[in-house]
Design a protein around this ligand. Structure first.
Ligand SMILES: *Cc1c(COP(=O)(O)O)cnc(C)c1O
Length: 422
C-alpha cells in the first residue's frame, strides 16, 4: 500500500530514494533527519501544476521546515515564502537572494517594528496584518522609511476545521486574524494611511486539515469580502488562501497528487471567474512525508508489565507526539520477518514523562543498537526542536539524485554555550 512516503524497503533494508538508511546512520550518526529532495520538489510541482489555470504563487510556509538548503531548492523552483518572523525573512533572503522578496508574504500576530523595517527594506510582496494596532505600527514604520507597505488583512472566517485544537486557527475563539465582519471598516481605515496600500485579503484556517470543504468555505467567505472591498474602491489583487492541507500520518493509502487536485478543484470552483492572484501557503504538505528521524535503540527495559524502548532521539528533536499527541509511524531500519513483534513505549532520554514517540506500539522487537525510523517527521520536526536538557540538535541530510548531502551538521557544546555570559 502506498502511503505517499519516499521511505520504502528494498528487500529488508529501509531506503530513501535508493539510499540505504542504515548506511546514513553509520556515516552521520544518530539522531539524524533524512529528507527526500525529490519528494519536496515533486510536491511543490503538484501545487504549481494543479493551479496552472489560475494566476498564483506557491508561498511555502517556512516554519514547517526552515532548512536553508530546502528553502534554496524551493526558491529555485519558483516558490515564494510565507514567513512569520524577522528570522524567517533573513533565512529566505539568505537562501534565495534579494529577488525572492517579491514572492514573500509576512504573517503572524506579533510582528515587531524591527521586523517590519527589515521586510519594508527588502520590499516584500505583502504584509498579512492581523490587528488594528499592528496596522498602525506598520503605517508609521513605512512612513518613517518613506515606503509604501502592501497589506492584506488576515480575516478570521469563523470556519471550523476538524484538526487538533492547537493547530486550528479559523474560529473566533482563536487569536488569529480580524473577524471577517469587522474587516471592511479596518480596510477603510487602512486606506487612509498614505503609507499603506490595500492589495489583498488573507485567510488561514489551521493545519493538518484533510477535508477540502472547510478551505472552500473559508475562501468563499473571503471572496465575498473581496467583492465588497472592490466595490468600496480597494484595489484588491491578491487572495491568500493560506496553508493547512494535511498529509497521511497513519497507514492508510494516500495519493498526494489526487489530494492536491481535489484541493485545487475546491478552491477554483469557489473562485469561479474572479480575477485575482491566488497565494497558497502549503507547509506540511510539501515537506512532512519527505522526512524521517532516524534513531538508535540505547536500552530496553521493563517496569512491571510495561516495556520501554529507549532511543537516542528525544522530544527536543521531535516534539509533535508530546505537544499534539501526534501519531507517527515507526519502522525498523532493517526489517526481519523472523523476529517477533513486541509492544513497547518508544521513549527518549529527556527527563519528562511526555518524552515519548509512541505508547504501547507494536513493532518488530528491537535489540540494543538497532535503528528505527520515525516517519513523516519532515514538517514541524527540526523547526520545532530545542536544546532542552542541553542536547545538541540532530544533523540533517538531504537525498538528492541518489546521493546524501549533509545540510546541517550536529551542533557542538561550545556552540550551545556561545551566547552565555558567566
Ligand atoms: C503554519 C502556517 C501555514 C502552513 O501550515 P501547514 O499546515 O504547514 O500547511 C500557512 N500559513 C500560515 C499563516 C501559517 O501560520
Amino acid at each position: 500500500m502506498d502511503q505517499g512516503r519516499p521511505f520504502q524497503y528494498d528487500e529488508q533494508r529501509l531506503v530513501c530514494d535508493g539510499v540505504d538508511i542504515a548506511g546514513l546512520a553509520d556515516s552521520f550518526g544518530t539522531p539524524l533527519y533524512v529528507y527526500s529532495a525529490k519528494q519536496i520538489s515533486e510536491r511543490a510541482g503538484l501545487f504549481q501544476n494543479a493551479f496552472a489555470g489560475t494566476p498564483h504563487t506557491v508561498c511555502y510556509a517556512v516554519k514547517a521546515n526552515s532548512s536553508l538548503a530546502i528553502l534554496k531548492m524551493l526558491a529555485a523552483q519558483g516558490c515564494g515564502f510565507d514567513i512569520v518572523s524577522g528570522g524567517e525573512l533573513a533565512r529566505v533572503l539568505k537562501a534565495g537572494g534579494p529577488e525572492v522578496a517579491s514572492r514573500v508574504v509576512f504573517s503572524g500576530v506579533g510582528k515587531i517594528a524591527g521586523e517590519m523595517d527589515a521586510a519594508l527594506a527588502a520590499d516584500i510582496l505583502q504584509f498579512n496584518v492581523e490587528s488594528e494596532p499592528e496596522l498602525e505600527l506598520l503605517a508609521s514604520r513605512a512612513a518613517a522609511l518613506g515606503k509604501k507597505a502592501r497589506i492584506a488583512l488576515r480575516v478570521n472566517p469563523d470556519v471550523s476545521a476538524e484538526t487538533h485544537p492547537y493547530i486550528s486557527t479559523g474560529l473566533s475563539a482563536h487569536k488569529f486574524g480580524i473577524g471577517i465582519q469587522l474587516a471592511r471598516a479596518v480596510y477603510a481605515r487602512a486606506a487612509q494611511f498614505p503609507s499603506i496600500e490595500t492589495t489583498g485579503v488573507s485567510v488561514h484556517i489551521g493545519s493538518q486539515i484533510r477535508q477540502v470543504e472547510p478551505f472552500a468555505e473559508a475562501l468563499e467567505k473571503t471572496l465575498n469580502l473581496v467583492r465588497e472591498l472592490r466595490a468600496d474602491g480597494h484595489n484588491i489583487r491578491n487572495v491568500d488562501a493560506g496553508g493547512g492541507l494535511g498529509i497521511e500520518y497513519g497507514d492508510k493509502s494516500f495519493d498526494a497528487a489526487q489530494q492536491v487536485q481535489k484541493y485545487a478543484a475546491a478552491l477554483q470552483s469557489a473562485l469561479g471567474d474572479m480575477d485575482v492572484h491566488l497565494l497558497l501557503e502549503p507547509g506540511r504538505f510539501l515537506v512532512g512525508q519527505a522526512g524521517a528521524l532516524v534513531t538508535r535503540v540505547l536500552y530496553r527495559k521493563a517496569n512491571g508489565d510495561k516495556k520501554f524502548t529507549i532511543v537516542d532521539a528525544a522530544m527536543n528533536d521531535l516534539i509533535r507526539p508530546a505537544l499534539y499527541q501526534a501519531h507517527h509511524e515507526i519502522v525498523p531500519v532493517v526489517r526481519d520477518e523472523a523476529v517477533a513483534t513486541e509492544e513497547a513505549d518508544i521513549v527518549g532520554p529527556v527527563c519528562e514523562s511526555g518524552d515519548f514517540f509512541a505508547r504501547s506500539r507494536a513493532l518488530q522487537q528491537t535489540e540494543q543498537g538497532d535503528l528505527i525510523a520515525i516517519l513523516d517527521a519532515g514538517a514541524y520536526g527540526l523547526s520545532l526542536s530545542s536544546n532542552y536538557n542541553t542536547r545538541v540538535r540532530p544533523a540533517e541530510v538531504l537525498i538528492e539524485d541518489g546521493k546524501a548531502r549533509l545540510i546541517r551538521r550536529r551542533e557542538t557544546y561550545d556552540e550551545l554555550f556561545a551566547p552565555e555570559i558567566f
